[in-house]
Design a protein around this ligand. Structure first.
Ligand SMILES: [Zn+2]
Length: 260
C-alpha cells in the first residue's frame, strides 16, 4: 500500500468525485493513508473536516507563504488550538516562495510567518511540511536553526540539488517526491532520488496538481502515485513493493499521530 503524504482534496477540482475517492476509490487503488494539507486558512478548516469524516484521511494545518496576507496572531492561536485534534498530524504547508515575489519587504514577511509557524511546531513538538521554491538558502538556514530543537519534517515537492537534499537527510528530514520525477526534464530530481536513501523519501502528489507521466496535464489524484513508485523503483533498481513499503513506514515515522 501507498502512503499519500501531501494532497489537497479540499480543492474544487474534486467536487465531482471527492466522496467516491475518499470513501472507497483510493483504498481500492492501493492507497492506504492520506494527509490532506491546508495551505489557506479555509483549506486548514476543510482539511480537518475531511480528516474527521474519513478514517484514512489525516490533516496538516498551516499557512502557505503565498497566503500570508491572511495570517495574524489569531490564526496562529487557531492553529495552536486545532493542532491538538487527534487527526492533525503536522504543521504545514509553510515555508518560502520567492518565485513570484521579488520585493524584499514581502519576502521578509514570508520569513517572519515561516519562523512563527516553525516556533509553533517546536512548541507543540509536531513535524512540519515545507513548501520552498527559489528560496533554497533561506529555507535551509531556517531549518538548521531549529535542528537543535528537534523540529523535523518533509521538504515537499523537492526541487533543489542532491547536495542540499543530503543536508536535510543528515538532519533526519524527509524528501517529498511526486509526479515531477516522471517528467522528461526531471534530471535534477532523478539525481536526488539516486543519492537519497529510500529511508528518507516519502511519496506525494500535491494533487490536483503535478500529475505524473502518462497523465501529465490531467487532474492528479493519489491513484496516480503508482507511476511515481514505479519510477523510483526503476531509478533505484529495486522492486515497487519495496518502494511502497519503505516509504509507507517513513511517512508513519514522521507523521506519528497517523499510527493510531
Ligand atoms: Zn501542496
Amino acid at each position: 500500500m501507498i502512503f499519500e503524504t501531501h494532497a489537497h482534496y479540499d480543492d474544487e477540482k474534486f467536487d465531482p468525485d471527492r466522496v467516491e475517492l475518499l470513501s472507497h476509490l483510493l483504498r481500492e487503488n492501493n492507497i492506504g493513508k492520506i494527509v490532506n494539507v491546508g495551505a489557506t486558512f479555509k483549506g486548514c478548516k476543510e482539511s480537518i473536516a475531511l480528516a474527521e469524516k474519513y478514517d484514512d484521511v489525516y490533516a496538516a494545518i498551516g499557512i502557505h507563504p503565498e497566503e500570508i496576507d491572511e495570517i495574524n496572531d489569531e490564526v496562529i492561536e487557531w492553529l495552536r488550538q486545532n493542532s491538538s485534534n487527534p487527526k492533525v498530524v503536522a504543521i504545514g504547508e509553510i515555508g518560502l516562495d520567492y518565485y513570484w515575489v521579488k520585493e524584499e519587504e514581502q519576502r521578509a514577511k514570508q520569513r517572519l510567518w515561516f519562523n512563527k509557524q516553525m516556533d509553533l511546531a517546536k512548541e507543540l513538538e509536531m513535524p512540519v511540511i515545507i513548501h520552498s521554491r527559489d528560496a533554497a538558502e533561506d529555507t535551509l538556514n531556517t531549518i538548521k536553526l531549529y535542528n537543535n530543537s528537534h523540529v523535523k519534517g518533509i521538504v515537499h515537492c523537492y526541487s533543489y540539488s542532491k547536495e542540499i537534499a543530503m543536508e536535510y537527510v543528515k538532519m533526519g528530514w524527509y524528501i517529498g517526491v511526486g509526479g515531477v520525477v516522471t517528467f522528461k526534464n526531471a534530471k535534477k530530481l532523478v539525481e536526488t532520488v539516486e543519492a537519497v536513501p529510500l529511508e528518507s523519501i516519502v511519496l506525494e502528489t500535491d494533487c490536483p496538481y503535478m500529475a505524473p507521466v502518462p497523465h501529465r496535464g490531467e487532474r492528479n489524484s493519489s491513484i496516480f502515485l503508482s507511476h511515481v513508485a514505479e519510477k523510483i523503483a526503476e531509478i533505484k533498481n529495486i522492486s515497487v513493493a519495496e518502494v511502497e513499503n519503505v516509504t509507507y513506514q517513513n511517512a508513519l515515522n514522521i507523521y506519528k499521530k497517523a499510527n493510531r
